[in-house]
Design a protein around this ligand. Structure first.
Ligand code: FES
Length: 88
């Protein structure tokens, strides 16, 4: 489903941006736009993109507030750990 009509981004594009992030995980719409090589135009999609990002990050989104390595700016943590955390 297209979630950003200005940039023609689908929900799959957003999830893939989170799942395949090489460096820092995108945590907000601006970072997602950056990962996907575009930028906000009208901004109507920001809330939807944020919801998709939060769902994709799952438990990690909550854990980061409790001190997981991502909240300290340590980006070397393997992405598998993020998804293992999300599955826990
Ligand atoms: S719908 Fe995404 S920037 Fe306009």
């Amino acid at each position: 489903m297209i979630v950003c009509s200005c940039n023609v981004l689908s929900d799959h594009d957003v999830r893939d941006a989170v799942r395949t992030a090489a460096d820092e995980l995108p945590r907000n719409p601006k970072q997602v736009y950056g990962c996907l090589g575009c930028s906000a135009e009208c901004g109507r999609c920001a809330r939807t993109i944020k919801t998709i990002v939060d769902e994709a990050l799952g438990a990690c989104a909550e854990a980061c507030f409790a001190g997981c390595p991502h909240s300290r700016g340590e980006t070397e943590a393997p992405l598998e750990n993020v998804f293992a955390l999300a599955a826990a």
